[in-house]
Design a protein around this ligand. Structure first.
Ligand code: SF4
Length: 408
């Protein structure tokens, strides 16, 4: 909290129990306080008259209940809604609410949630990556996105699914993510089923293994390529954990019965959308319980990347389906409000443009090209060490580079 107290919404039940230590009957009092911390309309423990006064005082002395400040709410013509949250330190993050009336499994109302301000992973197709990592979100800042959007919707509309696919790499913020997921799933927290929560990752292998051994959620892996070189160009993290190591790890993950890993595949025209790519993708999936989600790229002025035609996407999907892979194509949603996949972070980028007076994406690309020309490694530094530890020279990222394959 800004006043130096703990944030009770960043604590799990055990953490709340520590707050009421010495009050007697701690297990009961902790559960009571925990319930109220997540109850709609409660902003401080002092409001809750059913908690004994002495306990309320102890709680209030040690912890508060944080909320995010809503900076903007943008509605797309297709029903998608973007929430822009201003954080206490002046940063911004975004959440995207996506209604889906036609989902085969029944109506869905999915919230796409952010885990970091910016992102260290620098995937070349993603605008959030241009920001670099500013900081991790606290558990409360992650869970509050769900709590506050639900409050905004009111009792008539319930969020049915949560996907950790907003700004940031969730597994780069693993410990905070685990607390947040626990509070989303707890019956006295937000009460979401683990079957309705999906965590997406670029493939931080040890963190993937830790996530799946410490909690139950659905896992989505952002794959996007079928060869090591192709993936290195799109996703610098491939230099740390290769495509082969990633697939090996996926084969060994403990999956509950009937569960599959979702592999997201952003399709870029002339880069990874050929039938040869489709055949390689089929081979990569051997031995993995999987489903494939094809995401035709959302073109935007910040990138020279192109979306494949519908026919190319359909052919690609058909090849995978014929090979027995469960494959869907993600519909583009919220493009008119920059809420589509890979477009989040606009407010932060605009702020940076205003202070730097130039297109950060173009300058970043030029810097990377220059560094690659000099044979220097591009380093992804999150302030706590370099995620790309081997330091070998790197190609400029993605098909924006001069060496990228030409359009088909
Ligand atoms: S795609 Fe995800 S992991 Fe990659 S830069 Fe964007 S936010 Fe980060």
């Amino acid at each position: 909290m800004p006043d130096g107290r703990l944030d009770a919404r960043s604590l799990d039940l055990a953490g709340i129990r520590a707050l009421v230590e010495g009050q007697g009957n701690e297990d009961w009092r902790a559960l009571q306080a925990y319930k109220y911390a997540w109850m709609p309309g409660v902003d401080s423990f002092d409001q809750v008259r059913t908690i004994p006064k002495a306990t309320r005082r102890a709680l209030e002395a040690r912890a508060g209940l944080s909320s995010l400040s809503l900076a903007a709410r943008l509605d797309s013509e297709d029903g998608t809604r973007k929430y822009v949250w201003e954080l206490q330190d002046g940063g911004f993050v975004e959440s995207v609410l996506i209604p889906d009336e036609d989902h085969p499994g029944g109506r869905r109302l999915t919230l796409c949630v952010s885990s970091q301000v910016g992102c260290a992973m620098a995937c070349s197709f993603c605008l959030t990556g241009d920001l670099g990592l500013k900081r991790h979100l606290s558990p409360a800042e992650i869970t509050n996105q769900v709590r506050q959007v639900q409050a905004d919707l009111g009792a008539q509309r319930r969020i049915t699914n949560v996907v950790m696919m907003g700004m940031g790499e969730p597994l780069h913020n693993l410990e905070h993510l685990l607390v947040a997921l626990g509070n989303m799933k707890h019956e006295h927290g937000l009460g979401l089923s683990h079957r309705k929560i999906t965590v997406s990752t670029v493939g931080l292998v040890p963190a993937m293994q830790a996530l799946m051994s410490r909690t139950q959620v659905n896992l989505a892996v952002s794959l996007n390529a079928t060869t090591e070189e192709q993936r290195r160009q799109l996703m610098p993290i491939t230099r740390r954990w290769s495509l082969a190591a990633l697939m090996e790890a996926c084969r060994g993950l403990p999956l509950a019965r009937g569960r599959r890993i979702t592999f997201e595949y952003v399709m870029l025209r002339g880069f990874n959308d050929s039938l040869e790519d489709a055949a390689r993708l089929v081979a990569l999936m051997q031995g993995v319980r999987c489903k494939i989600n094809l995401i035709p790229y959302n073109e935007n002025p910040e990138r020279d990347l192109l979306r494949p035609s519908d026919l190319v996407v359909w052919r690609f999907q058909d090849h995978l389906v014929q090979a027995g892979l469960h494959t869907s194509v993600r519909r583009t949603r919220g493009r008119d409000i920059s809420a589509a996949c890979g477009q989040l972070g606009g407010v932060e980028l605009l702020g940076r443009r205003a202070t730097e007076g130039a297109d950060p994406s173009a300058r970043w690309r030029a810097e990377q090209r220059e560094r690659a020309r000099r044979g220097e490694a591009r380093r992804i530094d999150d302030g706590r060490g370099d995620l790309l530890a081997d330091g070998s020279p790197e190609q400029p990222p993605g098909p924006v580079a001069e060496s990228a394959p030409s359009a088909s």
